[in-house]
Design a binder for this molecule. Structure first.
Ligand code: 13P
Length: 257
């Protein structure tokens, strides 16, 4: 299994000029790099998806930050999985804590999106994780259990290898702190156990489990390498191509199986 280095650009890059500068900078940073042991995925805002695709760097795969569960019709303002697929997008982040928090997404609505993504040939990157309050009340494991079980309800085991699980503690996102390697390993073990319950061991083992929340060149060894994660989901540092590519390098060089 290749390690995954996923950049979530969130609601940034505000103009075509800024996008072109970003892509030119990224191209420079990627020049001459070999990332044989990892796969880089970038998730730009929808409006830049086509330009990212046309830029067509073979080292980069594309993901979306969200989608709707329906494929077509009167759903003002929504984006169809078929639209994404037709633009060359391969992945889609679903259930990000910012969507849960600001847009009221529930495990139930995320479950519909997961089913639709899989049906329409997109690989869902399912985000789960506890808030600070839930952590303080020692509810972390219960919260993660519900999020994974409810979001994956009804998913067939044959589809398991299309799914990526991202453990993103909400309190670490955009912050200064990260969980200890032990805390991350504990979350990973729990997620793996739930996946085994849902799909059986053979299929559960095909699901990469990655970490997200304040990943940077200083934290990446602890949150990915030491804790045995299958990759990272990066927010802020993905907006800085030199930092993003350095993180990818660290993962590529040190996360050998
Ligand atoms: P930061 O890397 O900025 O903490 O964001 C993480 C995140 O939300 C990725 O989806």
């Amino acid at each position: 299994m290749k390690k995954l280095v996923i950049g979530n650009l969130k609601m940034n890059i505000l103009s075509p000029d800024e996008r072109d500068r970003y892509l030119a900078w990224l191209k420079k940073e990627l020049a001459g790099k070999k990332n044989n042991d990892s796969e880089i995925i970038l998730c730009p805002p929808f409006v830049h998806m086509e330009a990212f695709k046309k830029w067509n760097n073979k080292k980069i795969h594309l993901g979306a930050q969200n989608m709707f569960s329906e494929t077509k019709g009167s759903y003002t303002g929504e984006i169809s999985p078929v639209m994404l697929k037709n633009l060359g997008c391969e992945y889609v982040i679903l259930g990000h804590s910012e969507r849960r928090r600001y847009f009221g997404e529930s495990n139930g609505s995320i479950n519909l999106k997961i089913a639709s993504a899989l049906k329409n040939g997109l690989k869902p990157i399912l985000c789960v994780g506890e808030t600070r309050e839930e952590k303080e009340n020692e509810r972390t494991l219960g919260v993660i259990t519900n999020q994974v079980k409810e979001a994956l309800l009804g998913v067939k085991r044959a589809k398991a290898e299309q799914i990526i699980l991202a453990y993103e503690p909400v309190w670490a996102i955009g912050g200064e702190k990260v969980p200890t390697a032990n805390e991350i390993m504990e979350a990973k073990l729990l997620i793996r156990k739930i996946l085994v319950d849902l799909f059986g061991k053979k299929y559960a083992d095909l699901v990469p489990i990655i970490y997200g929340g304040n990943v940077n060149i200083k934290t990446v060894a602890g949150v990915c390498v030491d804790s045995g994660m299958d990759g990272v989901l990066i927010g802020r540092e993905s907006l800085q191509p030199h930092e993003f590519v350095k993180i990818a390098d660290i993962i590529n060089n040190s996360c050998k199986f």
